[in-house]
Design a protein around this ligand. Structure first.
Ligand SMILES: Cc1cc2nc3c(=O)[nH]c(=O)nc-3n(C[C@H](O)[C@H](O)[C@H](O)COP(=O)(O)O)c2cc1C
Length: 156
């Protein structure tokens, strides 16, 4: 995955080198600018069995700032924010590998270095016993739950 480009970043930023589960790395830049998720909108994506994005809706594009072309065929960790503990995603993948639905609060990284919080539900798509991939739907989380998640994630 390509490093983030400082030219895309809006505002004062901090540099972090993210390490992913597959051993790859990405330089990311983060700002303190939050884009609140609008109520009544749903962010939808689908991935293949490896977590490579195969479909996004318009709300997904609007919230993360990447174009659809930049997102398709890219690992979903393009949205990984350094404030998200790796253990949260281990929980997600462990749950999915049991064929179960996962939900949780996620802080996502935008192309411009800002962030947005979502309440995400992820489900395995199983057809005739075969795993086809995963789908995720996200909605606006309550402020109280975001604050709880933020405090918890700092301890992990
Ligand atoms: C359907 C689906 C949706 C996902 N949505 C996100 C997301 O919005 N943000 C995110 O950081 N990771 C998301 N993930 C998890 C990533 O695939 C990845 O596990 C995570 O970003 C941590 O990176 P790593 O597992 O490559 O280390 C999603 C996974 C799936 C299967």
């Amino acid at each position: 995955m390509k490093d983030m480009s400082p030219d895309d970043i809006v505002g004062e930023h901090k540099k972090t080198v993210l390490k992913f589960t597959d051993g790859s790395e990405r330089v990311v830049y983060t700002t303190e600018i939050e884009t609140p998720m609008p109520s009544g909108r749903l962010i939808v994506s689908r991935t293949d069995a490896k977590g490579i994005i195969t479909h996004v809706n318009q709300s997904f594009v609007d919230m993360c700032g990447y174009t659809e072309a930049e997102l398709i065929n890219t690992p979903h960790h393009i949205l990984r924010h350094p404030d998200m503990p790796a253990v949260a995603f281990k929980g997600l993948w462990d749950t999915l590998s049991e064929g179960k639905k996962w939900h949780g609060y996620v802080k996502n990284l935008r192309k411009d270095g800002g962030f947005y919080w979502v309440f995400a539900t992820v489900i395995p798509n199983i057809r005739e016993g075969e795993l086809m991939g995963y789908s995720s739907v996200r909605r606006k989380p309550s402020r109280e739950k975001v604050e709880e998640a933020e405090a918890l994630y700092k301890t992990l």
